[in-house]
Design a protein around this ligand. Structure first.
Ligand SMILES: NC(=O)c1ccc[n+]([C@@H]2O[C@H](COP(=O)([O-])OP(=O)(O)OC[C@H]3O[C@@H](n4cnc5c(N)ncnc54)[C@H](O)[C@@H]3O)[C@@H](O)[C@H]2O)c1
Ligand SMILES: [Zn+2]
Length: 405
């Protein structure tokens, strides 16, 4: 038996933000990030709508990118004081993910972060509050997913919390919020969405319910991401839907080792002054992982189907896989994303020598490989790598060398 879970309601299209007027409750806690929602007027509008619904509103502001365990604990404390019956999280994946984890801690104040990270081990929520998510980036799809990614900065590791309990009750997918994204954010979040769709399609947990969502998302992202990056706002609006479809697929079909590797490398070199941004990490690792996974016959066939839907040509599955890899690398070039960690600059753009020194990478390689294998996303990958294979794969992602094993 398998389970397919999505939010109870999904409001989409321009102006969908107004749905907040219809929520029923007494107190809403609005969780936002560093300021973009305020700057562009969306936060004021959301607060006004919630007040129109008769609710008392309190803000939890300043949730950082790649949110920390500390932030989650502070937010839960604020919720325990204010006692909201609605949590409204607005912004990129970071504030929405943080608010999901705060929600768990608010409902169960004694729960530890370690307990939260037990896959599909979250106790029943919604005894105190319901959850509404409003994305302003077009990538993570956390507004429809059963996941939240929280970083433990002491360990330098991103931990996925995974349980359908944290799938939001309401998702508001209003493309207006994504129109203010700077180019770099469009590129990274867009390739995150592409990775979600491709990993979901080849995941061992794929099914008839998730396949059409994944395939349609891939077709849309192929068509719309580059124009969106180059300023076409109709394409930008489409990307907001496409990423949400990809999220609906992967929340139910799960992901694979591109995400395991992105989670375990993202903050691993933070002491060298930068992060490897989630979407950029995925964009760099995806072509390498496709080459690795394609040694599995079922996965190879499925990559072939993806290539067919993308009209990439190719006479057999080997050619189709090669063309898919070539196409994705071409997308990275057009989006100004490097192909490997060695050339990943502190500003995320391609450069001769990136911010991760080779000796530091090699000295941490073994631990990162072990952690990546232990990541919650590894179990549904079509091929289970050994530690040695994972190390080799990560090396290919550092040097941009061919995957031939
Ligand atoms: N929960 C999931 O299922 C899931 C899936 C993939 C990734 N993630 C996680 O999500 C996080 C990344 O989220 P993200 O890529 O959405 O970025 P983000 O939330 O970290 O935001 C990045 C930056 O973009 C700004 N920003 C957001 N929306 C904007 C807008 N419309 N206009 C201008 N600026 C805007 C933010 O203020 C921030 O500075 C990572 O921690 C990643 O691990 C979660
Ligand atoms: Zn992702």
């Amino acid at each position: 038996m398998a389970r397919f879970t999505l939010p109870r309601d999904l409001y989409h299209g321009k102006g969908a933000l107004e749905t907040l007027k219809t929520l029923k409750g007494r107190r809403a806690m609005v969780c936002v990030g560093g300021g973009s929602m305020k700057r562009f007027g969306f936060l004021d509008r959301a607060v006004a709508y919630l007040k129109e619904a008769g609710m008392e509103v309190e803000l939890f502001e300043g949730i950082e990118a790649d949110p920390s365990v500390d932030t989650v604990m502070r937010g839960a404390e604020a919720m325990l004081k204010f006692q909201p019956d609605w949590i409204v999280a607005m912004g990129g994946g970071s504030p929405i993910d943080a608010a999901k984890a705060m929600w768990i801690k608010y409902e169960y104040p004694d729960i530890t972060f370690e307990d939260m990270c037990k896959v599909f081990g979250i106790p029943e929520l919604r005894k105190k509050a319901h959850f509404c998510a409003i994305p302003s980036t077009s990538g993570t799809a956390t507004e429809v997913t059963a996941f939240s990614i929280i970083t433990d900065y002491q360990k330098g590791i991103k931990y996925p919390i995974a349980d359908f309990e944290i799938t939001p009750d309401i998702a508001i997918v209003d493309p207006e919020l994504a129109e203010t994204m700077p180019k770099k954010l469009v590129a990274h979040t867009g390739m995150d969405a592409m990775t979600h769709a491709i990993e979901a399609y080849v995941s061992t947990a794929n099914c008839d319910f998730t396949d059409p969502l994944a395939i349609h998302a891939i077709e849309m992202i192929q068509k719309d991401l580059i124009p969106s990056y180059n300023g076409d706002m109709a394409a930008r609006d489409k990307m907001h839907n496409a990423q949400c479809l990809a999220g609906q697929a992967f929340s139910n079909a799960l992901l694979g080792i591109v995400h395991s590797m992105a989670h375990k490398t993202g903050a691993a070199f933070a002491d060298y002054g930068a992060h490897i941004i989630h979407g950029a990490a995925n964009a760099m690792y995806l072509p390498k992982v496709i080459a690795f996974n394609a040694k599995d016959p079922t996965a190879k066939k499925r990559y072939g189907v993806i290539a067919d839907y993308m009209h990439l040509g190719g006479k057999n599955d080997d050619e189709k896989v090669a063309l898919l890899i070539k196409f994705l690398r071409g997308m990275n070039d057009q989006l100004n994303i490097p192909h490997c960690i060695k050339h990943y600059g502190a500003d995320s753009y391609p450069c001769e020598q990136g911010f991760v020194p080779e000796d530091v990478f090699l000295s941490r390689l073994h631990d990162i490989a072990v952690n990546a294998i232990g990541d919650a996303c590894t179990g549904s990958n079509p091929r289970q790598p050994s530690v040695e294979e994972m190390e080799k794969l990560l090396k290919c992602c550092y040097y941009d060398t061919e995957v031939d094993f």
